[in-house]
Design a protein. Structure first.
Length: 366
């Protein structure tokens, strides 16, 4: 058998911008999903994962199946369905193990999809596919087979590895030097323990609201709207939630570029300032912290981070929001106190440091 690996990812900037083909910045982390796989001489893809039931997908039946929506089987079938359009696939058996802790928002579904795509292409007639091919196949599988209206940021970061600046309208994916340890900083995530159950509609509404504003300008995505045209209309609509969310989109686009520049200049203080601006924009304009019927754990985590880190670090919602994780960045000297306080509030082990990994999807060392 051959060993394979795909990392999880952490979002650095561009909260809820990728589904509007905006700019985003994300990085692979040193935690991920591993698999041992080998061809099985059949037309079946067989996947065995710890904690999940076995998956068996026939290469003769790759169209979407509504009964599989929201399951890992849908992701496997979807990625195979997309890749089979450009390469000849063969059956294999894979034994999968995830080291991505649940509840941390490290894009486990994207990592799993990209990993499956890499294995499929590795054993195909064409050989291993390029990261962008894998990422786009994984995104389409999530959108059409799995039923999640996600953008491309997660899949691209998992496939490429390292830190990546993305302009999804221009199809630019630029590797970044991102060494927080060199800057004397610690990046961490705190799982606040809130459940994402019931948040699907709230997630989807963000994209629908942004698309509503794009259609106001005769476009499909906000990235197609000229910022000057939006600015001219903004004073008339600034108290309307769809327009507030669009305001976040345009402001965040500029911040992503500035944060990438700060990393290039190794300007940790400037990066912290911009990260805090991004976090406040998510809270006040995007408004993806709380929703009716959902818990307040995430809001509590952000409030605690503000008390602990004000003037000394940065904090923001990580990922989709409404529940889940707080991402924080601070001088290394501040981390022990911050970790102890967050663990006290949310349980031992809730706050963990993150390390960015240069590895993307690929074969593991023998």
């Amino acid at each position: 058998m051959t060993g394979f690996f795909c990392p999880g990812r952490t979002e650095l900037a561009g909260n809820h911008t990728d589904h509007q083909r905006g700019r985003a910045m994300a990085a692979a982390v040193d935690l991920g999903i591993t698999a041992n796989a080998a061809p099985n001489g059949t037309g079946l893809i067989q996947v065995y994962s710890q904690g999940y039931g076995p998956i068996e997908i026939s290469l003769d039946r790759l169209w979407p199946d509504e009964r599989e929506a929201g399951t890992p089987a849908a992701l496997v079938r979807g990625v195979a369905g997309i890749l089979s359009q450009s390469m000849t696939l063969q059956g294999f058996v894979a034994h999968v193990e995830s080291r991505l802790p649940p509840g941390r928002g490290l894009a486990s579904s994207a990592a799993f999809s990209v990993l499956m795509g890499y294995i499929m292409s590795f054993y195909s007639s064409s050989g291993p596919a390029a990261p962008e091919v894998l990422a786009r196949a994984a995104q389409k599988a999530e959108n059409r087979w799995f039923g999640k209206p996600c953008g491309l940021m997660d899949q691209m970061a998992c496939a490429i590895g390292g830190a990546v600046y993305m302009d999804l309208m221009e199809n630019k994916f630029i590797p970044l030097s991102c060494d927080f340890e060199e800057l004397g900083l610690v990046l961490c995530l705190t799982d606040t323990g809130g459940s994402h159950e019931g948040a699907e509609d709230a997630y989807a509404q963000i994209g629908e609201d942004m698309s509503l504003v794009a259609r106001h300008f005769g476009e499909t995505f906000l990235a197609q709207v000229r910022p000057a045209d939006f600015d001219a209309q903004w004073p008339l609509h600034q108290n309307e939630l769809p327009w507030m969310r669009a305001r976040h989109f345009f402001d965040e686009a500029q911040r992503v570029s500035s944060m990438a520049d700060a990393l290039g200049l190794k300007d940790g203080q400037r990066y912290l300032e911009l990260m805090n601006q991004s976090g406040r924009s998510s809270e006040q304009l995007l408004q993806n912290i709380q929703a009716d019927g959902l818990g307040s754990e995430l809001s509590q985590g952000l409030d605690a981070s503000a008390r602990l880190l004000k003037g000394r670090g940065a904090w923001r919602v990580h990922g989709g929001g409404f529940a889940g994780c707080v991402q924080a960045l601070m001088p290394a000297s501040e981390f022990p106190r911050y970790q102890a306080s967050m663990d006290f509030l949310f349980g031992q082990g809730a706050c963990q440091p993150l390390r960015i990994s240069p590895r993307g999807a690929g074969v593991t060392a023998p």
